[in-house]
Design a protein around this ligand. Structure first.
Ligand SMILES: Cc1cc2nc3c(=O)[nH]c(=O)nc-3n(C[C@H](O)[C@H](O)[C@H](O)COP(=O)(O)OP(=O)(O)OC[C@H]3O[C@@H](n4cnc5c(N)ncnc54)[C@H](O)[C@@H]3O)c2cc1C
Length: 213
């Protein structure tokens, strides 16, 4: 059982070092991916490149509709079912691998290795529905869920107690932007916040230099 981010990092480091994308270490193995977001999708794409023989992905939230609903028109964020590159690749190899409103309730192992998992449907309260449990054989479980925010230790190290919407903090010399400020988000927000925060720092430095002159 591995944290997805660690697994993806190690795999990427291996690719960068050895310059090869396809490996065989998951040949014949079945992988369970817990979490249906972008990270879960990256895990699926990666285990396929490592030769996985089968994949099960579980997303605890219900499936979103395939098309926008009347209540969810542009320019609102599209609340539609995602079909990431990993899921599409998996579909072409194994059929639909993703189950919604579902989670794992038990993990079984032998000699320190995962051998099986009990999976179950969940209700609107995310609690497992009795009678829907199913046991599947798995060789690897990737935990691709539960990113909840920036790591507190970094803020503590710099005595940051307040982060404001304009990127300033309680320390006038420290600014915070991107995932560090918002919690796990999207590249587009990282780019936007990085740029606007830099403008804010630039303006502040110019004001300071005018004050010195
Ligand atoms: C597995 C995964 C899949 C994702 N998929 C998508 C996707 O498909 N689409 C999408 O839009 N977004 C995706 N995201 C989210 C996206 O990657 C982030 O929202 C984005 O990278 C945030 O940008 P950032 O600059 O705020 O932070 P980061 O990109 O995390 O950059 C922070 C940098 O700071 C460095 N750093 C950390 N601590 C220190 C320190 N003390 N001193 C100096 N440097 C430090 C880190 O090494 C890192 O390089 C994904 C994220 C993950 C983890």
């Amino acid at each position: 059982m591995h944290q997805a981010a660690e697994y993806l990092k190690t795999t990427t480091q291996h690719v960068l070092k050895n310059g090869t994308r396809a490996t065989t270490e998951l040949q014949g193995k079945h992988v369970l991916v817990l979490g249906g977001g972008d990270t879960g999708n990256d895990c699926i794409g990666t285990v396929i490149r490592q030769g996985a023989a089968g994949i099960t992905q579980l997303e605890i939230n219900p499936a979103l509709p395939d098309e926008r609903t009347a209540q969810n028109q542009w320019p609102e964020w599209p609340m539609v079912k995602k079909h990431g590159y990993g899921q599409l690749e998996a579909q072409s190899l194994f059929g639909d691998v993703t189950s919604y409103s579902a989670t794992a309730t038990q993990v079984f192992g032998k000699n320190g290795h995962v051998t099986a998992a009990e999976i179950s449907e969940v209700g609107p309260d995310f609690k497992p529905i009795k009678g829907t449990e199913k046991r599947i054989n798995v060789d690897l479980i990737l935990l691709a869920m539960g990113f909840t925010g920036a790591e507190q230790w970094l803020f503590d190290a710099f005595n940051i107690t307040e982060c404001h919407d304009d990127y300033t903090t309680n320390d006038s010399q420290i600014y915070v932007a991107g995932d560090c400020r918002r919690g796990p988000n999207l590249v587009i927000w990282g780019v936007y916040e990085g740029r606007t925060c830099a403008e804010k720092v630039d303006a502040s430095l110019k004001m300071a230099s005018v004050a010195v002159d």
